[in-house]
Write a protein that binds this ligand. Structure first.
Ligand code: ATP
Ligand code: MG
Length: 410
């Protein structure tokens, strides 16, 4: 039996890679302009990092981690990259630099989830983290980096949803109200929600189970518990964020039920959604996580960040055309063809030839599919020391010397 890629993983094939390279290039440009530096952390980390960092009441840690033991050490393929970035931030003393420290990353993440459209077990994220700024300007900058990146990809019409989860103080009362509102139909909820009810009731609002969602509607859960009653500090922060977003002309919708699936968020949370992605419609999720650096052993450091799903982004942008090669060398003299090929590449052109010395017609047919120009080296060309250049877009031919050839416009 032939071996296939594991369930929930996908090969990214050469005809798809242009889109990926385009997305990464735009990310690099947009983030560099904003002084955000790239960081690459390991794909696996100590399991403990995610248990402490992501939180042991989350689905990610409870059900979705790829964990393995090597020499008595428990390691886990990263399910997300914020914890890894915070670990690196502390390990390399970034916390001693003058804030803000602004970092971005790209790469594969691993979660043992049920594969479906827009949901894989190995998927890719691009993310931004910003450390050291308490003011809501950092939240606004983060959201702006996401919308600028999306704009750079031609995506202007995605919906930014924001909410504030407050702090431990203002969340406490909300949790109690939420529990009271849920109690009458708790028995009908999924097992996950039942355990969330005690450990982290807020996350019940993020449940994707249909039965649960129907019950929320039946019992008017959203009306029963309107948003969190924010304390002064949290509400000032939230108002400030909104005024920054208004000033920056970033459109947003307030969604008082936006909670996010991770435990570490405080104050601001946000998601960016598309109406054309079906049920897995969130492209980007993020928020403020002022407690995480401390949880992972550092001093209290305010921080805010987000992650975007590259597969979902890719589904929204049009196919980026692959560039054609500059030259295809057509000849029945393999040696001369090879010599020219090397010279062309040395001069910065992309060039290819036919390795099997097939008939000229066959070579030209291939050339017209993959290159802009064919360079023909036949008997007469060799004898009289010139090349015939065929412009494959309009089939016009010209004689050129090598010097003229390398002056051609790409
Ligand atoms: P979702 O609610 O869709 O499960 P999430 O809240 O788990 O998302 P985050 O952990 O915040 O998502 O990740 C940010 C983004 O990464 C998501 O908005 C989504 O675009 C993408 N993403 C998350 N999980 C997957 C997955 N299994 N496959 C593909 N993309 C994913
Ligand atoms: Mg998820």
């Amino acid at each position: 039996m032939s071996i296939k890629a594991p369930k929930g993983t996908k090969d990214i094939l050469p005809n798809e890679i242009t889109n990926w390279q385009h997305i990464e290039k735009v990310a690099n440009e947009v983030f560099s302009r904003a002084n955000v530096k790239e960081i690459r952390t390991p794909i696996f980390e100590d399991t403990d990092l995610f248990e402490r960092g992501v939180g042991d009441t989350t689905d990610i840690v409870n059900k979705e981690m790829y964990t393995f033991i090597k020499s008595d050490r428990s390691l886990t393929l990263r399910p997300e990259n914020t914890a890894g970035v915070v670990r690196a931030y502390l390990e390399h003393g970034f916390h001693r630099e003058s804030p803000p420290v602004k970092l971005w990353y790209k790469g594969p993440m691993f979660r043992y989830e049920r594969p479906q459209a827009g949901r894989q077990r190995q998927f890719h994220q691009i993310g931004v983290e910003m450390f050291g700024v308490q003011d809501a300007s950092a939240d606004a900058e983060c959201i702006m980096l996401a919308t600028e990146f999306l704009k750079g990809l031609g995506l202007n019409d995605l919906v930014v949803e924001i909410n504030s989860l407050g702090c431990n103080v203002c969340r406490k009362e909300y949790k109690e109200n939420l529990k009271k509102a849920i109690a009458p139909f708790l028995d009908g909820l999924c097992e996950d929600c039942k355990s969330r009810y005690e450990k982290n009731p807020l996350r019940i609002l993020d449940c994707k189970n249909e039965t649960c969602n129907k019950l929320f509607e039946e019992y008017n859960l959203k009306e029963a518990v309107s948003g969190i009653n924010l304390c002064d500090e949290c509400s000032t922060h939230y108002d400030k964020l909104k005024s920054y977003l208004d000033a920056l002309n970033i459109k947003y919708e307030e969604n008082t039920f936006l909670v996010r699936g991770l435990d570490y968020y405080t104050k601001t949370v946000f998601e960016i959604k598309s109406n054309s992605l079906g049920s897995q419609n969130a492209v980007c999720g993020g928020g403020r996580y002022d407690g995480l650096v401390e949880t992972l052993g550092g001093v209290h450091t305010p921080a805010v960040g987000w992650a975007m799903g590259v597969e979902r982004l890719n589904a929204l942008i049009p196919q980026v055309e692959q560039d054609k090669l500059d030259f295809f060398v057509v000849s029945d003299n393999q040696l001369e063809a090879f010599k020219l090929l090397v010279q062309l590449r040395k001069n910065g052109f992309s060039a290819e030839l036919d390795y099997n010395s097939r008939k000229f017609a066959k070579q030209l047919e291939k050339a017209s599919k993959i290159a802009k120009y064919a360079v023909i080296i036949g008997e007469d060309e060799l004898k009289n020391n010139y090349y015939t250049i065929k412009d494959l877009s309009n089939a016009t031919q010209e004689r050129k010397t090598f010097e003229e050839l390398i002056k051609i416009n790409k």
